[in-house]
Ligand binder design. Structure first.
Ligand SMILES: Nc1ncnc2c1ncn2[C@@H]1O[C@H](COP(=O)(O)OP(=O)(O)O)[C@@H](O)[C@H]1O
Ligand SMILES: CC(=O)N[C@@H](CCC(=O)OP(=O)(O)O)C(=O)O
Length: 284
């Protein structure tokens, strides 16, 4: 039942967090695995809008692995991955860009607008936001970020827009490269001086045992994260996530949070209460 006293208490308890985070930039990475359901997406975007209204500058970076997979499938192009990254030949790169910069980006922009916010959709190729070089010949058009030009993000956030960024980057010849979205989010978080990088995915955080959904690690040190990668306790999508977290912390981001995009109000719980959910990695 609606309890006005309880509702007022909740708002009141958020005061110290709102005071602490006002004016700070948070990069929120929304993974394709947690983007599939319209009701969940609405919940996440409402939380992002609330963050902005209490003075945080949110930047939304998104993936769209399942969206890419479904278009590859329709076009009869085989999917291959290596170490959690998509092997990206030229036809695959076309599909990646169409799916990420097109469908995935615009559906998030539309959702922000529908819920009363102002969003500007960007690809890493816009304003040279994400510059990259090919990682290896084996991976084809997969890019490693070499430089971020955060200017356009600054202009947009200062004007009250929520930037919605997809992880397609530009190479030196102005051609597209496919960057893992966690990697892109970490590079952006470092370049804009974000205080938090929040990765929303489809597990409750980093699992000590990847086959046991109940084994979420609440606090992970950088050494433990490295060891999970080295010993194979993290695989597939979790490897780029842990590597991204380590990169972000190295570049001055205050903390990295990995939470389930499907937990109702998960973002608000993580940011505005001391009962964090998911996995937190701090700089020290
Ligand atoms: N130790 C681990 N803890 C949590 N998830 C793990 C772990 N190792 C592998 N994974 C896998 O990583 C997946 C998340 O990565 P991914 O599918 O790329 O998500 P997103 O689209 O959110 O980036 C999980 O669904 C899980 O299958
Ligand atoms: C190089 C590489 O693997 N790029 C990713 C980019 C999208 C992504 O990262 O999406 P999620 O966040 O949903 O996993 C891909 O092609 O799937």
């Amino acid at each position: 039942m609606f309890d006005p006293q309880l509702q007022a208490d909740v708002l009141n308890q958020a005061l110290p967090y709102i005071q602490a985070f006002r004016g700070q930039t948070f990069v929120v990475k929304y993974g394709g695995s947690a983007m599939g359901n319209a009701a969940l997406m609405e919940g996440v975007i409402r939380n992002v809008l609330l963050l902005q209204l209490v003075g945080v500058r949110p930047i939304l970076v998104h993936g769209g692995g399942p969206e890419i997979d479904s278009w590859l499938n329709k076009l009869g192009i085989e999917k291959r991955t290596l170490g959690g990254l998509r092997v990206t030949d030229e036809p695959t790169m076309d599909v990646v860009e169409m799916a990420l910069a097109g469908r995935a980006n615009k559906s998030l922009v539309a959702e922000v607008q529908r819920l009363g916010g102002r969003a500007i959709g960007l690809s890493g190729r816009d304003a040279d936001l994400l510059q990259a070089v090919p990682v290896s010949s084996e991976l084809g058009r997969v890019g490693a970020v070499t430089q971020v030009d955060p200017d356009v993000l600054k202009v947009a956030t200062e004007a009250g827009y929520i930037p919605v960024v997809c992880s397609v980057a530009t190479d030196a010849e102005h051609r597209a490269l496919n960057v893992n979205a966690d990697t892109a989010a970490a590079a952006i978080a470092g370049a804009v001086g974000a205080s938090k990088l929040i990765l929303l995915t489809d597990t409750d955080g980093v699992l000590a045992d990847k086959d046991d959904k109940e084994s979420t690690i609440s606090t992970l040190t950088q050494a433990e994260a490295q060891s999970m990668i080295d010993t194979g306790r993290a695989d597939r999508g979790m490897i780029p996530k842990l590597e991204a977290a380590l990169t972000a912390l190295k570049h001055g981001v205050g903390s990295v949070h990995m939470i389930n995009g499907g937990t109702p109000n998960g973002l608000l719980i993580e940011v505005f209460t001391d009962r964090g959910i998911g996995t937190m990695m701090a700089a020290h």
